[in-house]
Write a protein that binds this ligand. Sequence first.
Ligand code: SF4
Length: 148
Amino acid sequence: MIYQMNGLLTKEQINNMNTFFATKEVREERLAICNECPLLYKPTMTCRRCMCFMNIKSSISAMSCPEKKWLATNKSLEAGVIPKDLEMKALEIWELIKDKKAPNHKVKKEMIELYNTIYNANYQTNTNCSSCLQACYNGIKRIKESFD
Ligand code: SF4
């Protein structure tokens, strides 16, 4: 889905995105490498080295593996296009946070990391700042509403 049309992302955010999200093929290649890596904690798909959620990190073109097992890429989606997997992740997280309270630390961290990824933001994933958390909540909610 292209998000400028429904106002989910501002024009400035889209311009900043440029080569932001990796193609599906790149993402799948990266995840295949992670899946063979002993540093991956599979139950949460978290890398024990960088502590990131790999289902999210693998979608960002400019990211690379801290062990250099996969590198940054310029094979990216068109600016403003958010990968289907991230949209699905946002819908999944929405179901867990819609009552305005994340059920546990993992969901809270995942919500913030997903928000940072989609909106090109930089909130600390361990923040307890209520306005930061509200911004993340609203961002995930906007994605959910774009499907209504
Ligand atoms: S990002 Fe690198 S170190 Fe981390 S799980 Fe994936 S391959 Fe392993």
